[in-house]
Design a protein around this ligand. Sequence first.
Ligand SMILES: [Mg+2]
Length: 328
Amino acid sequence: MYGVGECCPYRSIHGETQAGTIAFAKDLAAALIGEDPADIRKHVHTMNRMIVGNASVKCAFDMALYDLAAKELDMPLYRFLNGNTQKEIITDNTVSLLDEDKMVEKALKFVGQGFSILKIKLGERPSVKDVRRVAAIRKAVGDDIVMRIDANQGWNYLEARKALNDMADFNIEHCEEPIHADNLPDQIRITAESPIPIMADEAVFNHNDALRIISSNAADLINIKLGKSGGICNAMKIASIAEAADMYCQVGSFSESRLGITALVHFDLAWSNIIYHDLDSPLMLSEDPVIGGMKYDDKWRVTIDDTPGHGADFDPVFLKRFDCAVVE
Ligand SMILES: [Mg+2]
C-alpha cells in the first residue's frame, strides 16, 4: 500500500524553494521509515521538531499519510475524517489582476463557461482603480453572479477603508487580506469598520495564527489552505478553532493539481463551517496529470467518489518525465 501527497513550495509566500523542499523531503522520508503511518499526529510533531516552517513539504507528507491511513481501513478519506458527501461544493474561478477591460473580458468568459462565483484579484494603490474594476465587472456580469474579492495585502488601512466603503453597494461576499498580514492593529480596525466581511488568508497559516486572529477580532472569516497549514492535521485544528468561535471558513488552493485539491475536498466535507470553496487551481494548469479524484460538473460543482483514501493518483506516464528519489 502507498499514500500520495503533493505540494507547491512558493518563494514569495512561504520563502520555500523546490530544491530546499526536495532536500528536506528526503530527510523526512528517512525519519518516517519503519513508523506506523496511521500515527499521524506523532509524525506531524516529528516533522515540526525537525524543521520550522516548510509548510508545503509537511503538507505533502501529511496528505500521503492520511491517504494511506484511510486506504488501510478501506475507507474514503472524508469518512476517515468523520465527514459525509451531503454538502454541495461549488468552486469559484479567479479573475487575475489586470487592466479593467481585460478583467471584464475574463469575468464574462468564466460566466459563459457556467461559473456562478467569481473571485476578483485586487490590491492596487490607489485603490480607486480597484473600485472601478469591481464596478465594471459587476455591471458586465449582472447581479446573479456571486463576487468575492482578494486584495492580497495590497492596500494599507486608508486605501482599504476607502475601497471597501466604495464597494459596499456591489454586493461583494467577502474580501481576502486587504492589508499586510503582519499588521494586526489595522486588521482589527478594518474588520470592525468594513461593510464587506474580511477574510484572513496570508495572516492565518496555521492554528496558532487562527487563535491570534480570532481572539483579536482581526477577521470575520478564515481561508484554510493545506499548503499553508502544513496539511490536514493542522487544518483540522484551524477549522476547530473557527468552529469554537462560530466562524465560517473558506478552503483555498495553492497551485495544486487535482490531486492536492482532491485531498482538500475530503477535508472540506468534514466541516460544516467551511462554506466557501476556492478550488480552481487545477483549471490554471496546462495539463491534468491526475488519475481519479475530484471532478467538476458543468455548473462547477465538485464531487468525489468513494475510492479508499483520497482516491487520486499521478499518471505514471507523467511521472516518468521527472527525477525520482528513493529513500531506503
Ligand atoms: Mg488570498
